[in-house]
Ligand binder design. Structure first.
Ligand SMILES: *Cc1c(COP(=O)(O)O)cnc(C)c1O
Length: 518
């Protein structure tokens, strides 16, 4: 018998077998076990640092023959899941990523089993209208058009309420792509920014946002051909909101210098400290100067459901476009973003066609999406909106804001921690002040630096212990010296005030050890 042939044949059979049976018992039980192990841990992370981790991933070759399923699972367990971050831990209160609701995992199975491709009707069909319906539901919360207009929108393929994207970044880029077309000529899509500006006798085009704007705005400018340096930032006031006087000055300056303003952007929930720009005043200015107005509500958008905090978003209904991230405060898995358009005809300017795939005047969602093939994450969005309802989301978001306020109050009345930003929602900044520098206000530059270094070390040590977590940033406003800040994000609905106190307690313990070691 020819050994080689028989070997090849077994391999061929085993590759095909991955497609033949719908249920692969080894993988199913293995994955269930890994999932349970991961979710049952108390730790936030294994604490392995990136140097140690790198070493584990330095074998680079695709195996000639597939490895066994058990070996594969073992590798996933030992190398990846064991050192993954437990973003669902109630002690993980430093990032926008947190616990997912329990209906998501089974729903993900369905989504994957159906494997729809949202790019076009022929590969999505019902899911296309499922998505349009969800967009209409969200659009209505923000813009409150007539019921008839929403019906019309779902029926008429030339209208578009928005796009479901893989996240806030793509949502912002899509919005600014619309801003580019509607603030210049739609033909900019075809001709490119360079020749359009030249033809219009304009020197350059800029986007205006506060200094706390998300870095995805810069990315957008780079991709849209404006260049990152043409993001004009306006300083924020003592409440981390865009300074309206400086905004007006900037707008007047652009007008005088014949600089084209592609868009003004209001941030509704800054990534850094959860502050909300004054959207009504910004909308007034946008109207006065005739500029496109985008609201980046990637973080704060879901507060639209909260009776108590909806007012933070007042004016959002006047934005030409709005970004909302599903994978942040709508508690959906990674890869779910949304951009909404006030004018349902606006997106026609950025539509694409391709004979074999995206037909003109079709309902194909790929027509106005930056992404091509796209997963049916609409299952998650629909589930979130329908299972939580407005009330459910409001309950969770309101409670998180209360928890953040309690923790901030605790910090405010302590003498070792100092609050750096007052929470307007569920994100705020603070820092630790080492013993000998307390009860003093006018720190010298060197003392200032000492405090900063102390906080960097404190946060690093806390992270490496892997029990609790807050993140870290540097703020430059309010004081001339850049200030290292510890950043709290209360996103996990199961993070209580008690969990917050434990986080502070661990920081005090680490700080004490650090101070004794000096
Ligand atoms: C998170 C965030 C983004 C970017 O969203 P991704 O989903 O990470 O791409 C944009 N703007 C703001 C204000 C954000 O908080």
């Amino acid at each position: 018998m020819n050994n080689k042939t028989s070997h090849n044949q077994t391999k061929l059979t085993s590759a095909l077998s991955f497609f033949q049976s719908t249920n692969n018992p080894d993988i199913v039980t293995g994955i269930d076990r890994l999932t349970d192990t991961f979710l049952q841990q108390d730790k936030v992370s294994s604490g392995l640092n990136s140097q140690e981790l790198q070493q584990k991933f330095n074998v680079i070759s695709v195996p000639k023959h597939g490895i066994s399923q058990n070996d594969f699972l073992q590798e996933v367990e030992d190398l990846v899941s064991a050192h993954s971050v437990n973003t669902g831990s109630p002690y993980f209160i430093g990032h926008m990523t947190s616990l997912l609701p329990n209906f998501i995992r089974p729903l993900a199975k369905l989504k994957i089993a159906l494997n729809q491709n949202m790019v076009k009707l022929e590969t999505a069909n019902a899911a296309t209208f499922y998505e349009k319906q969800a967009l209409a539901m969200l659009h209505k919360e923000v813009y409150q058009l007539d019921q008839a207009e929403y019906k019309n929108c779902i029926l008429d393929p030339s209208k578009s309420l928005g796009v479901v994207t893989s996240g806030g970044t793509i949502a912002n880029i899509t919005a600014l792509q619309c801003a580019r077309a509607s603030s210049l000529v739609a033909d900019v899509e075809e001709l490119g920014i360079h020749s359009v500006l030249q033809q219009s006798g304009l020197s350059k085009s800029v986007v205006i946002v506060s200094e706390l704007g998300h870095y995805s705005i810069k990315k957008s400018l780079s991709l849209l051909g404006l260049g990152k340096q043409n993001m004009l930032t306006v300083k924020v006031d003592s409440q981390q909101k865009i300074d309206l006087d400086e905004l007006r000055t900037t707008l007047l300056h652009c007008q005088k210098e014949k600089v084209h303003v592609m868009a003004m952007i209001g941030v509704a929930g800054t990534t850094e400290c959860g502050s909300f720009d004054p959207l009504i005043e910004m909308a007034d200015l946008a109207e006065e100067f005739g500029h496109y107005f985008h609201v980046d509500a990637a973080w704060g958008g879901p507060l639209i459901f909260s009776e108590q905090y909806r007012s933070l978003l007042n004016g959002i209904e006047r934005a030409d476009s709005v970004t909302i991230d599903g994978h942040k405060q709508l508690y959906l898995p990674m890869g779910t973003g949304i951009v909404l358009f006030r004018n349902i005809d606006m997106a026609a300017a950025i539509a694409n066609e391709a004979n074999y795939i995206i037909r003109r005047n079709s309902h194909d969602l790929g027509r106005i999406a930056i992404e091509g093939s796209r997963p049916a994450n609409i299952f998650y969005l629909q589930a979130g909106l329908k299972l939580f309802g407005k009330q459910g989301y409001a309950e969770i978001l309101d409670a998180n804001i209360t928890t953040a306020a309690l923790m901030a109050e605790e910090i405010n009345k302590s003498n070792d921690f100092r609050l750096l930003t007052k929470p307007q929602s569920n994100i705020f900044l603070y820092h630790y002040i080492p013993g000998q520098l307390r009860n003093k206000v006018d720190w010298s530059e060197i003392e200032h630096q000492k405090i900063n270094e102390f906080n960097v070390q404190l946060q690093e040590e806390q992270k490496s212990r892997g029990n609790t977590f807050v993140s870290r940033t540097t703020i430059s406003h309010e004081s001339s010296e850049p200030m290292v800040a510890l950043r709290v994000v209360i996103a996990n609905p199961l993070s209580t005030f008690q969990h917050c106190l434990s986080v502070l307690q661990e920081q005090r313990k680490i700080a004490k050890e650090m101070e004794e070691a000096i």
